[in-house]
Design a protein around this ligand. Structure first.
Ligand SMILES: NC(=O)C1=CN([C@@H]2O[C@H](COP(=O)(O)OP(=O)(O)OC[C@H]3O[C@@H](n4cnc5c(N)ncnc54)[C@H](O)[C@@H]3O)[C@@H](O)[C@H]2O)C=CC1
Ligand SMILES: NCC(=O)COP(=O)(O)O
Length: 329
């Protein structure tokens, strides 16, 4: 690590959405980190005017590291393909978004930055542009040459990790193989130890089927896949409870002494966390060679340019990144 001041690459995401709005809001704060927003300076300027925000833009290819000053946004300039109409998606700007993600990720890999914090992108419009894209999580895994990563969302009350991420429900069962589940639990266990200081992390593992399969009468995946993996990993000293029925996994009693709940698919775990803490939680990609945190919300197109978008989750993502960077100094 070349600097004790955390250096953060901030991607501002889909230009028509609230990513740039919340990045501008973040720049109103003094923060103990060097933060550089990857964005189109003209977009930043236009959106700031629309929002009635007064900010100074410090546009440079490479900035000297310095703590973020309230009222100044450091910008690494990129160019939109076509001007952005606030709230209106345009597939012609999909390459701009992916270039932003790619350059910021590369900056982290080359040690120009200590962490990557992302504002939301719109997965649909990137696909509409003819580019297969399922999410930042999968994109950064590919960019960094990482075979397996784990999505974990964390609020002050709860942490939820996913075995499968952005996958149609019809493909979930087949994707949960013994190998996949083993890799996911190993990454979760290791990163909770190394990045979050848990000596023996306690992972509560949900079943896939109702009632965790009801002894095989409501599905076989617990018997064929989940139970054998948990038994094998317990022998290696991991603290794993489950598979438990997902419908009662999130009761207060079940969560006592649990560090993270591992759910089998996106909508098994995230609605619970978002019901409790939407707008305040942080999305963390585990298993990457770089630190990556993100907001817990999407592009909220109808709020772009209105001043109604909350920047709390972005601030939490930045604070989490700073904490994770400082833990590795
Ligand atoms: N990290 C990322 O890049 C993420 C991207 N998305 C993408 O966002 C797009 C829209 O997704 P939706 O399901 O509509 O979710 P969404 O999070 O954009 O919107 C859901 C609801 O929450 C509100 N909301 C969202 N963020 C808010 C904020 N910061 N302050 C106040 N209210 C807020 C919206 O107005 C809407 O009512 C999709 O293309 C999806 O893929 C979704 C989640 C994360
Ligand atoms: N629901 C979380 C989400 O969609 C964010 O995914 P990613 O773009 O961070 O991979």
């Amino acid at each position: 690590m070349s600097s004790q001041l955390p250096r953060i690459a901030l991607t501002t995401g889909e230009p028509a959405g609230i990513g740039i709005d919340i990045s501008l809001a973040l720049a109103q704060l003094s923060l103990p980190a060097h933060i550089v927003a990857f964005t189109d300076p003209q977009l930043a300027n236009e959106r700031a005017q629309q929002l009635g925000m007064t900010l100074r833009f410090d546009v440079q290819e490479r900035h000297q590291s310095s703590p973020q000053q309230a009222g100044v946004l450091k910008i690494k300039p990129l160019s939109l393909a076509v001007p952005c109409q606030t709230g209106v998606l345009d597939p012609r700007n999909a390459h701009y978004v992916l270039t932003m993600l790619q350059q910021a990720c590369q900056g982290c890999m080359e040690n120009q930055f200590d962490a990557l914090v992302t504002a939301p992108v719109h997965k649909g419009v990137i696909n509409k542009a003819g580019i297969p894209f399922s999410g930042h999580t999968e994109f950064f895994a590919e960019q960094t040459g990482t075979a397996e990563v784990v999505m974990m969302l964390r609020s002050t009350h709860l942490a939820v990790a996913l075995v499968t991420t952005h996958l149609p429900l019809t493909q979930v069962s087949a994707a949960i193989t013994q190998e996949k589940l083993t890799n996911v639990i190993q990454i979760l266990h290791k990163d909770l130890q190394t990045r979050f200081g848990r000596k023996t992390p306690h992972i509560l593992v949900c079943g896939l089927n109702p009632h965790a399969g009801e002894g095989g009468y409501l599905g076989q995946e617990e018997i064929t896949t989940i139970i054998p993996v948990l038994e094998m990993l317990r022998k290696q000293g991991m603290q794993l409870t489950g598979p438990v029925p997902a419908d009662t996994a999130f009761t207060e009693q079940m969560l006592q002494s649990v560090d993270v709940v591992l759910t089998m698919y996106h909508d098994q775990g995230l609605p619970v966390l978002k019901q409790q803490s939407f707008g305040d939680a942080v999305n963390i990609t585990l298993g990457l060679p770089i630190i990556r945190t993100s907001v817990d919300h999407g592009t909220a197109l109808t709020l772009a340019g209105t001043g109604k978008a909350q920047a709390d989750s972005l601030l939490s993502a930045v604070k989490m990144a700073i904490k994770m960077i400082n833990a590795q100094y």
